[in-house]
Design a protein around this ligand. Structure first.
Ligand code: PLP
Length: 409
């Protein structure tokens, strides 16, 4: 008899966005004449940059020639891409990353989920709350999360980030081994200052904690004082893994490419206290379970760093950030409380009159035909908030703000 991994049975019924999609489909079926504007799921809407397209077309042609054909690629990614990553994302900020520390992948969702393969099953987990649900669900699947009581997993430490503490997580009172940090943050759209990030790196160094640092939205940082990489902080290479993605930076949500930095000086421990390089374990894990990102995709990702690519990508990030500004200003003018949206493509809206997140989601859908994401879906501290994304079309964004203005007038 084949036994299943019973931890999967502990997972809540469905993934947040599947719940939302179901509710929106019911609304559409019962209101066929209404035009729904989705500011819910965080998917991009701008097409790929011409420089990326050109590089991918060229790569396709190369695969058709006997001399230029490529089969399986190097385990950690082609050096044309890893070198471009190191030069542009790290060396330019004074950070030294070696080629062997870069692992090209199909994106940050896979990597933030799969990284648990190299972590002991008894490790305790800490997350900022609200949180990107993948960090929690993948730990539930691995059996690390414990049991669910009133929306919280018993072996997960939730570090609240709300307007009361200005979305700045406080050091946990309970011991944790693995800490997930995501900045700029999904869902709150807030960032951590250099001093705050230093506080976390120092805490990790003192307590042998590993920080899983998700910087998927790094390209949206506008304020020059905000760190783009955790490795801007002294000592971080001893304690942190950093996840990056081309999804939101360059519209690769469908193309699929990202990368993860696992520094060579980062260690985990065996039960008898022996230090083991996590870089070695992750290399082994990837070489066994992952066969790389297509040559075409990696050439496309390389083009993100070409002079034309950089300019084109900056233009699409600017487009989304203009949406974010329109939304922030529009919602503030309606007397609503909003956070984020200045260094991130997400607006974190406080629901008026303490309405519950799901109730507010339904009111917004049924009374304005706008789809947001209920904050409660991201964890207990998300209750009383709604997330709106700036990834929409400009016309839709403007119309959504008009609808909300009229609705609240
Ligand atoms: N990390 C965060 C915080 C995200 O919000 C997302 C996507 O929404 C991802 C990772 C997934 O990125 P990718 O498309 O690279 O898998």
């Amino acid at each position: 008899m084949a036994l299943i991994n019973e931890h999967f049975l502990k997972l809540q019924d469905s993934y947040l966005f599947a719940d939302i999609a179901r509710k929106v489909n019911v609304f559409k079926a019962t209101h066929p004449k209404e035009r729904v504007i989705s500011l819910g799921i965080g998917d991009v809407t701008q097409p790929l940059a011409p420089a990326v397209l050109e590089a991918m077309h060229k790569a396709v042609d190369e695969l058709g020639g006997r001399e230029t054909f490529r089969g399986y690629g190097p385990d950690q990614g082609y050096s044309f891409l890893t070198d471009a990553i190191i030069r542009n994302d790290f060396a330019s900020r004074g950070i030294t990353i070696e080629p062997g520390e870069v692992f090209v992948s199909d994106g940050a969702k896979s990597d933030t989920g799969n990284i648990g393969d190299i972590i002991g099953y008894d490790s305790s987990i800490g997350v900022t709350d609200p949180v990107y649900p993948v960090y929690i669900d993948t730990n539930v699947m691995a059996g690390r999360a414990g049991t669910l009581n009133k929306g919280e997993w018993s072996n997960v430490t939730y570090i609240p980030c709300t307007e009361e503490n200005n979305f700045t997580p406080a050091l946990p009172s309970r011991r944790i081994d693995i800490l997930y940090l995501c900045y700029p943050n999904n869902p709150t759209g807030t960032t951590l200052s250099k001093e705050e990030l230093e506080k976390w790196v120092d805490y990790a160094l003192e307590n042998d904690v590993i920080i899983m640092y998700d910087a998927a939205y790094e390209a949206y940082i506008r304020n020059p004082a905000i760190p783009h990489s955790i490795y801007e902080i002294k000592g971080a290479k001893k304690v942190a893994i950093e996840f990056r993605s081309f999804s939101k930076t360059a519209g690769f949500t469908g193309v699929r490419c990202g990368y993860t930095i696992v520094p060579k000086e980062l260690n985990g421990f065996t039960p008898d206290g022996q230090r083991i390089s996590l870089n070695r374990l992750w290399n082994r894990r990837q070489a066994t379970k992952f066969n790389g990102v297509s040559y075409i995709t990696q050439r496309g990702a390389e083009a993100v760093y070409s002079p034309e690519g950089k300019e084109q990508i900056r233009a699409s990030v600017d487009y989304y950030m203009t949406n974010a500004r329109i939304m922030r200003e529009g919602l503030l003018a309606c007397g609503l409380k909003v956070y984020g949206g200045e260094d991130a493509p997400y607006i974190w809206l406080k629901t008026p009159n303490h309405i519950h997140s799901w109730k507010f989601f339904e009111k917004l859908l049924y009374e304005t035909c706008i789809v947001g994401t209920p904050g409660a879906g991201f964890g207990p501290s998300g209750e009383g908030y709604l997330r709106l994304t700036a990834f929409g079309d400009r016309g839709d964004t403007l119309e959504a703000m008009d609808r909300i203005r009229q609705w609240l007038a």
